[in-house]
Write a protein that binds this ligand. Structure first.
Ligand SMILES: NC(=O)c1ccc[n+]([C@@H]2O[C@H](COP(=O)([O-])OP(=O)(O)OC[C@H]3O[C@@H](n4cnc5c(N)ncnc54)[C@H](O)[C@@H]3O)[C@@H](O)[C@H]2O)c1
Length: 236
C-alpha cells in the first residue's frame, strides 16, 4: 500500500497500522529522516520511504514508478499528506501565495498522487482513500485556503469515484474532525494569536481524537472488509 504524509500524525499512524496488518508500506512525505521506517521494520513489518513533495509532478511521477516496482503492484493509495495555513486570517488579508500553497499541496497533491498511481491501481483492482476534512466539507473552515482545498478534494473524490469505479478502483474519502496532531496544534496556536476569543478551537482542543483512531478507519477502507463502503466517511 502507498501511504502519503507518513512522517507524522494521521499518515504515520496509518502506515504503522497497515504494516502491522501485513501490508508492505510504501511511504511518501516531504519530511526527511523518518523514524517510521525503523518503527515498522523493528516490529517485523516491511517499509520503504520516499521523500517527495506531493505538489511536484516530476517528483510524484518518479516516486510512483519506484513504489509500483518495489510493491509489485498497488492495491491501495492512502493519501493523507496535507497542510493547514491561514487559520483565522480574514479573507481580505489572505495572501495569494498562501492560498496557492495550500491548494497546491492539498488539492493538486491529491490529484497528482492519483494520476500517477491510477494505472497500477486499475491493474490491481485497488482502492483510493483521500483525506478531506470536516472544515470545507461538513461545514466551513477557519482558513479560507484550507476550506477551499478540502472542498475541492471532496469534489475530486466524487469525480474519481465516477471515473475509476468502472475501471475497478474503489474511491472513498475520509473527513476527519479535530485530530491531535502537529497540524492541529499549530493551527490552534495560529488561530489564537489572531483571535484570542476563538472558543470553538479551544473547545476542540479538548475533544481531539488520537491519530490512531482515524488510521483504523483508513486501514479498514483500504482492506477487503471495507469493500462495500462508498464515498464520504466522516470521523467527526
Ligand atoms: N489534525 C486534524 O485535526 C485534521 C482534521 C481534518 C483533516 N486533517 C487532514 O489529515 C491529513 C493529515 O494531517 P495531520 O493532522 O496528520 O498533519 P501532520 O502535520 O501531523 O502530518 C502531515 C504530514 O504531511 C506531510 N506533508 C506536508 N506537506 C507535504 C507535501 N507537500 N508533500 C508531501 N508530504 C507533505 C508532512 O510532512 C507531515 O508528515 C491532512 O490532509 C489534514 O488536512 C487533519
Amino acid at each position: 500500500m502507498v501511504v502519503t504524509g507518513a512522517a507524522a500524525g494521521i499518515g504515520r499512524a496509518t502506515a504503522v497500522r497497515v504494516a502491522r496488518e501485513g501490508a508492505r508500506a510504501a511511504m511518501l512525505d516531504i519530511a526527511e529522516g523518518p523514524d517510521v521506517v525503523e518503527a515498522i521494520t523493528r516490529s517485523g513489518g516491511q517499509a520503504r520511504y520516499w521523500q517527495a513533495d506531493v505538489s511536484d509532478e516530476a517528483a510524484v511521477a518518479a516516486a510512483a514508478g519506484e513504489m509500483v516496482a518495489w510493491l509489485g503492484g498497488v492495491d491501495a493509495l492512502l493519501h493523507v499528506a496535507g497542510i493547514m495555513r491561514g487559520q483565522q486570517v480574514p479573507v481580505g488579508d489572505v495572501p495569494v501565495g498562501l492560498f496557492d500553497e495550500v491548494i497546491g499541496v492539498n488539492l493538486r497533491g491529491s490529484f497528482l498522487m492519483v494520476k500517477h498511481l491510477a494505472p497500477a491501481l486499475e491493474a490491481a483492482g485497488g482502492a483510493v482513500v483521500l483525506t478531506s476534512s470536516q472544515g470545507g466539507v461538513c461545514e466551513g473552515s477557519g482558513s479560507v485556503a484550507y476550506g477551499a482545498s478540502k472542498g475541492g478534494i471532496h469534489g475530486l473524490a466524487l469525480t474519481l469515484e465516477r471515473a475509476l469505479e468502472p475501471r475497478g478502483v474503489r474511491v472513498t474519502e475520509v473527513a476527519p474532525g479535530s485530530v491531535d496532531t502537529e497540524l492541529f496544534r499549530r493551527s490552534v496556536q495560529e488561530g489564537l494569536t489572531r483571535n484570542p476569543d476563538i472558543r470553538l478551537l479551544e473547545a476542540a482542543q479538548g475533544t481531539a481524537a488520537p491519530p490512531e483512531a482515524v488510521a483504523a478507519v483508513m486501514a479498514f477502507l483500504a482492506s477487503q472488509d471495507g469493500a462495500a463502503v462508498r464515498g464520504l466517511v466522516r470521523t467527526c
